[in-house]
Write a protein that binds this ligand. Structure first.
Ligand SMILES: Cc1cc2nc3c(=O)[nH]c(=O)nc-3n(C[C@H](O)[C@H](O)[C@H](O)COP(=O)(O)OP(=O)(O)OC[C@H]3O[C@@H](n4cnc5c(N)ncnc54)[C@H](O)[C@@H]3O)c2cc1C
Ligand SMILES: Cc1cc2nc3c(=O)[nH]c(=O)nc-3n(C[C@H](O)[C@H](O)[C@H](O)COP(=O)(O)O)c2cc1C
Length: 603
């Protein structure tokens, strides 16, 4: 930034001041620039003499304190909440407010007492659990150690997925516990489903509009204007990526169909880091659309509302609505329309376990077939959620594959209730796209799943099934960087002959040093089932030595069974080889998580 760069606008700074300001802001990210703009605007609003604005001045006396800073705390596993929090920060800073944006992992809970107004953006994971970065804060807030919070005002934006029984549980717990501790709810909690953009925008607008009252301070015009440095393609504007290849990587005798898919990002300007996911905007299976229309006997050109538009039923079911995985809202609505005692029974408070199993095993078509009801097309679509993009862990390093992104996709196709069922996005990618076709995608950043900054640090990767995807990216990246740290991969699947995903690549890495160690577990190659957690236990002593040497541990793949089993094995290993009690071993693992040396990307 120079006086010249400002064109014809006369700057109120002399050349020296301009140079100092330029040096001070050089290299800051757009969000940091926004923050600086809000900060300096806050100083100006507080009537600080211009002279005190210079970069080197000691400012605590004049700095905006808790009372005029918007504090935004987020707990986010896969980056959605972090994005919502960032956008709020940008919107508030652009209006001239000072903003403090932090992950809950970096915020001391006791500091809440010093805050005046805090917004929380938090998702729910596991089985109603907080995301990893919010775990310690959540534990503290819900404990008896949490302080009284009279004088604090707050607003909670909760992210979740209403096909989970514990919908938005963590956000709900934050909201009710803060009130219990005496804090004042400034805005009602917003509970968001997988499609959260519209509600996020509305909530961000509500918060910013009320900031002058909530912070009791006037916004000042930001001294630095909003910096337009956003990616050209994102959630709101997905990029049409061209399919370069789609290759089945499971063998002919495998009962799984896993694809290695390569897409071109050429011309998008998009880049990604190992650990990020690619979100895919897919269409629903046409066969399922036809089955639903036939089941109800609807005319496929019946006009129905799809958001702000009216479209024909076929298009709406193909492109607009979620028609595979049911949501809680759908189940409740359908139970009522079908006057189904068994569905209503399932929704009873004490049947959460059954409800969870029901969601895992039923698609919408199974429900409407088993519990018939006479409905209009509008009544049916009125119960459906908007079709959400699906995330896939990126299986390539951007450094090694400029302009390309690779995925490892397990195709969801199974028989149940006498019919064949398909997943929406996985079959779209596998079956309905040909080479040369385009698919709408955007990058989902995942700052909670990152390679160590230190290239000398050892890395242990536990990724059975498609969980191996990000580790292909990790190893490619580390090889490309010439990272000296050793890499150890644990892979598992059903059979060596037909399910060893990327076998040739792993063996090549092993030979060339990209992998220092490879341990595999094929569950169906012998009488006893062997899983990755069994291999971890077998290698417990060496694994513990790696941890002692500073290794970073990564787990990716199945959230329901594999990740908890692996975690239990890790605790056992730390207890046995570190000669600790189980509690101390669990605390050690928690500490590794806090230090970001134990990271999970599970689904
Ligand atoms: C951060 C993240 C990373 C991911 N990475 C990957 C990855 O690298 N590779 C990958 O393949 N997937 C990955 N996934 C999962 C992926 O996003 C999709 O959930 C998956 O492909 C299924 O989507 P779908 O649209 O094909 O199926 P959907 O249309 O969502 O249908 C699945 C639904 O079918 C029902 N169902 C009933 N019985 C079954 C059954 N036996 N099997 C399955 N569903 C059943 C359930 O209601 C289930 O919700 C990831 C998910 C996340 C959140
Ligand atoms: C493995 C896994 C478990 C989840 N469990 C829940 C849950 O119990 N309740 C819920 O409401 N949402 C659940 N979700 C949905 C997430 O909260 C939702 O995807 C949210 O947008 C993620 O936000 P984040 O990226 O900020 O973490 C789960 C998602 C995943 C991948």
């Amino acid at each position: 930034m120079t006086s010249q760069a400002a064109g014809s606008i006369a700057l109120p700074l002399d050349n020296q001041q301009t140079d100092r300001l330029t040096a001070a802001v050089n290299g800051l990210t757009p969000l940091q620039l926004y923050w600086v703009s809000g900060y300096t605007a806050g100083l100006a609003a507080a009537g600080v003499p211009e002279g005190e604005l210079n970069a080197g001045a000691a400012q605590p006396a004049a700095s905006p304190g808790a009372e005029d800073t918007l504090t935004i705390l987020y707990g986010s596993q896969t980056g959605h909440g972090e994005g919502v929090a960032r956008e709020l920060g940008e919107a508030a800073a652009a209006k001239g407010f000072a903003v403090k944006l932090k992950s809950l992992a970096d915020f001391k809970p006791a500091a809440l007492k010093r805050e005046k107004f805090v917004t929380f953006v938090v998702s729910t994971h596991g089985e109603g659990d907080p995301p990893d970065d919010a775990e310690l804060f959540h534990e503290f807030l819900l404990s008896s150690r949490a302080p009284k919070l009279d004088g604090l005002r707050y607003a909670v934006f909760a992210l979740g997925d209403s096909s989970y029984v514990n919908f938005c549980q963590t956000g709900r717990e934050f909201d009710s516990r803060l009130a219990e501790l005496g804090a004042e709810r400034a805005l009602p909690i917003v509970e968001c489903d997988v499609e959260f953009d519209t509600e996020a925008k509305r909530w961000q607008g509500d918060v910013v509009e009320r900031l002058p009252t909530l912070l009791d301070s006037k916004p000042a015009a930001p001294l630095l204007r909003a910096v337009e440095n956003k990616a050209a393609y994102d959630r709101q504007r997905p990029f049409p990526a061209t399919v370069l290849s789609n290759q089945k990587i499971t063998g002919g005798r495998s009962d799984k169909d896993v694809r290695h898919i390569e897409l071109s990002l050429e011309g998008s300007g998009l880049s990604y880091e190992p650990g990020d996911s690619l979100a895919v905007v897919a269409d629903n299976p046409p066969a399922l659309v036809a089955e639903l229309i036939a089941h109800f006997g609807f005319a496929e050109d019946t006009p129905v509302a799809a958001g702000d538009e009216t479209v024909d039923l076929r298009t709406a079911l193909e492109r607009y609505f979620e028609i595979t995985a049911p949501s809680l809202g759908f189940l409740k609505g359908w139970a009522e329309l079908a006057q189904s005692e068994s569905l209503n029974g399932l929704l009873a408070a004490d049947r959460q376990g059954d409800l969870k199993d029901f969601f895992a095993s039923h698609q919408i078509i199974d429900i409407v077939r088993a519990h018939p009801a006479e409905v209009t097309a509008e009544q049916f679509t009125g119960l459906l959620r908007k079709l959400a993009p699906r995330a896939y862990s990126i299986a390539s390093s951007n450094t090694a594959n400029p302009d390309e992104v690779h995925l490892t996709v397990a195709v969801v196709r199974y028989d149940a209730f006498g019919h064949t069922h398909e997943g929406a996005a996985s079959t779209y990618l596998a079956d309905r796209l040909a080479e040369g076709d385009t698919v709408s995608v955007y990058i989902e950043r995942n700052n909670r799943f990152r390679l160590p900054a230190d290239d000398n640090a050892p890395v242990v990767m536990i990724g059975p099934g498609t969980g191996v995807a990000p580790f292909r990216a990790f190893v490619e990246e580390r090889t490309e960087r010439g990272a000296a740290g050793d890499n150890w991969l644990f892979f598992g699947d059903r059979t060596f002959s037909d399910d060893f995903l990327y076998q040739i690549e792993w063996l090549r890495h092993l030979k060339q040093g990209g992998l220092a160690r490879l341990d595999v577990a094929f569950s169906r190659d012998q009488a006893d089932k062997i899983y990755v957690q069994d291999r971890l236990r077998e290698r417990g002593r060496e694994l513990y030595e790696w941890i002692e040497k500073g290794a970073f541990l990564y787990v990716c793949g199945d959230a329901r069974h594999m990740a908890p089993d692996v975690e239990a094995a890790l605790v056992e290993i730390i207890a046995e080889h570190g000669q600790k009690s189980r509690e101390d071993a669990a605390a050690t693992l928690k500490e590794l998580k806090r230090a970001q040396r134990y990271q999970k990307d599970v689904y």
